[in-house]
Design a protein around this ligand. Structure first.
Ligand code: ADP
Length: 371
């Protein structure tokens, strides 16, 4: 077992420390392996045998991890005397496992303790799988966002070229094209606003709001500001329940939640229909209050429901774009509610409509007595 120079076998205190150290290393979540210079395992912690099935004391780690890059790093670390003296490390990244593939970062350090003549090697392994997935999510998001921006940009550039060239002196075409260009520019601007909102919300995600707001302070300004847009489609609002109820939340962010949901209900609802907003205690958890936005619409097929809050996920991409959607509205809602310790439940019935149910925490100790 590795123990830096100062271990004294005649000192009983040191035995206690050695046992403590072994217990600590045994609980290390990352694999740790100690081998000799041939790769024979002298000790390993339980995590090592979980990740590298078949790892055992007396077995050979090099045979088990039979990958050229591991063999090469191991040879480099044991063959270079200077490296061993200075305790330098070799680092190698590997893919490991079949179905449940992991990305592992392996560090090999050569050392000699007082008793051992031959060099020994400490293998420390760090599981990078979660980090890799996060990196991939970020890269995919940047690619998707760039693609979303590129489409209106390409359209803008196309019209600029047409106006500079073939349609230079065509008064009617100019009017029409400028109108389209203005719409494309607005679309890019909406997209950038949503991207900025999302990144701001993500940055604040760790800090839960502590302010208390009345639902009517949040929801009524939203329905007031969207009343004209709704009326243009012949859509009415109906309210049910108690809107003086208080919840814990950031007024502006909750305003954004209901603005996105009510806007969607207007966009995707039937013309000449009713959007009903219901405020009621959430029956399954007395610490939460439910505010539901229910539309009358063709509904959403069940296979889409669990994916709606993914960034840029749309049931009908062309239709969403045509009516000015960015594909980020529900992702923003999800992240804001996450920060609030709340949740979004989505249900839909074909040819009836959809319900987007926002669950928010009551102020502490103020859950309605009836529950
Ligand atoms: P978008 O900007 O496209 O509306 P959202 O993130 O707000 O983006 O919504 C994602 C997708 O969810 C929409 O493109 C649409 O397909 C679907 N959706 C959202 N709200 C509703 C609704 N009330 N009725 C039907 N479909 C909806």
């Amino acid at each position: 077992m590795l123990f830096p120079g100062a271990f004294d076998p005649l000192n009983p205190d040191h035995f206690v420390k050695l046992r403590d150290l072994q217990a600590v290393l045994a609980h290390l979540p990352d694999p740790l392996i100690h081998t000799d210079a041939t790769g024979e395992v002298l000790w390993h912690n339980p995590s090592a045998s979980t990740v590298f099935v078949g790892m055992k004391i007396g077995g050979n780690a090099l045979t088990l991890l039979d990958l050229p890059e591991v063999q090469a790093a191991f040879q480099r670390v044991v063959s270079d005397e200077a490296q061993c003296e200075e305790g330098l490390q070799q680092e190698v990244n590997i893919k490991w496992g079949g179905l449940k593939r992991r990305y592992l970062n392996l560090r090999l350090v050569c050392f000699r303790d007082k008793r051992a003549e031959a060099p020994q090697v400490l293998w420390s392994v760090h599981d990078m799988t979660a980090q890799r997935q996060l990196d991939k999510t970020r890269t995919d998001f940047v690619a998707a966002a760039s693609h979303e921006l590129r489409t209106p940009l390409a359209s803008l550039m196309g019209f600029v070229e047409t106006l500079q060239g073939p349609a230079k002196d065509d008064e009617d075409a100019r009017e029409q094209f400028l109108g389209i260009m203005a719409e494309q520019a607005r679309r890019m601007s909406r997209l950038i606003d949503d991207l900025l909102s999302l990144s701001k919300i993500e940055m604040e995600e760790g800090e839960s709001p502590s302010t208390v707001v009345q639902l009517q302070e949040v929801v009524f300004p939203v329905t007031d500001s969207l009343a004209l847009t709704a009326r243009e489609r012949g859509i009415r609002f109906a309210f049910e329940g108690d809107w003086s109820t208080e919840v814990v939340g950031d007024k502006d962010q909750l305003g954004q939640v209901f603005s996105n949901l009510v806007e969607n209900a207007i966009k995707y609802g039937h013309p000449d229909s009713t959007i009903t907003l219901k405020s009621r205690p959430y029956p399954d958890d007395p610490s939460l209050h439910s505010i539901a936005v229910c539309d009358q619409s063709p509904g959403i097929a069940p296979k889409h429901l669990s994916r709606l809050t993914e960034r840029f996920y749309r049931v009908d991409k062309a239709r969403s774009r045509q009516i000015g959607g960015t594909g980020l509205g529900l992702a923003i809602v999800k992240h804001i509610l996450y920060r609030h310790g709340g949740r979004l439940l989505i249900s839909s019935e074909q040819d009836v409509g959809s319900t987007f149910d926002v669950l928010l925490p009551h102020p502490l100790n103020e859950a309605p007595a009836a529950l």
